[in-house]
Design a protein around this ligand. Sequence first.
Ligand SMILES: Nc1ncnc2c1ncn2[C@@H]1O[C@H](COP(=O)(O)OP(=O)(O)OP(=O)(O)O)[C@@H](O)[C@H]1O
Ligand SMILES: [Mg+2]
Length: 248
Amino acid sequence: MNKNNPHEIVLEIKNLFKKFENKIILNDLNIKISKGKSIGVMGPSGTGKSILLKCILGLTDYNGQILYNGKLLERKNREILYNNSGMLFQGGALFDSLNVWQNISFKIMNNSSAHSKKDSILIAKKMLNEVELGAEIFQNMPSELSGGMQKRVALARAIVNKPNILFFDEPTTGLDPLTTKAINELIINLINKKNVTSLIISHDPLSIQKICDEVIFLTDGKIEWHGNVKEMSNSKHKMLKDYLNSNK
Ligand SMILES: Nc1ncnc2c1ncn2[C@@H]1O[C@H](COP(=O)(O)OP(=O)(O)OP(=O)(O)O)[C@@H](O)[C@H]1O
Ligand SMILES: [Mg+2]
């Protein structure tokens, strides 16, 4: 990467503050994500990880600046990020009342260049193949799928618009170890194959170590440690060491 080329920074967060009433949730966060890199945000429950994502996506107000490909994101131009990103929400969060293909194709059926029903089904089946699910489940309802299958469908939905940046909030929480391993591998394959930039929120150091290039350790809304994922386990940082030991 050419470090002098600011356009190589896909997402930049500058002096991000967030509070609810008088409680400070995010306290002056500064984060840069380079093109094709995967950054993990790790930290204990309630530390502001999901709120960080909500700020990036413009789902809550904040103080500070968030830039996408060098452009300052504001209320009126948020679609530049929305149209080029995919999101896997904490818990999967499929639409309960929509079947598998409707969930996957939701974004491409509801945007300016809306696809026909026939095309949307075809695209959904192709996406099912990408996430290693059989196309025959295209008409199933989310409640008929296992937790791991629901995550895969949510992943298919996240990549349907060929995003160049992907956001994951706790992609493996609530899954058994084997399914966790499979989902992690799927995420790695998807982001490597398509060279997408990604931000992965997880309280699980193992998932972060497998998927990410860099890691940010967040506690009480502040960056306590930030470094290469390979340096994480040897770090002498007391809080980080304690956190890693408590998650073994
Ligand atoms: N709408 C809200 N109003 C007030 N406080 C909120 C609101 N949403 C979140 N919070 C608070 O913000 C803090 C950070 O929440 P957040 O959901 O970002 O935590 P998290 O790090 O994602 O935790 P977890 O690992 O459990 O998902 C928590 O203390 C939470 O109670
Ligand atoms: Mg969360």
